[in-house]
Design a protein around this ligand. Sequence first.
Ligand code: ZN
Length: 64
Amino acid sequence: MSLPIPETLSKEDRRSLARCHIHALICAQCGSTMLALRSDARYCSNACRQAAYRARHRQPIHFV
Ligand SMILES: [Zn+2]
């Protein structure tokens, strides 16, 4: 799960987020800032997750 947030977070904001176990992270696909409930979340959205998955599993097509 992720939530959209402004680019900048104050120290107080980060502290209150940490208290709620919410992490400010960078999406591994599009690089945008996001909030996630899991510290190991990597993508801001399902679209980014799928794009990363497709990029990882893309195979070259061979014609015989
Ligand atoms: Zn993203």
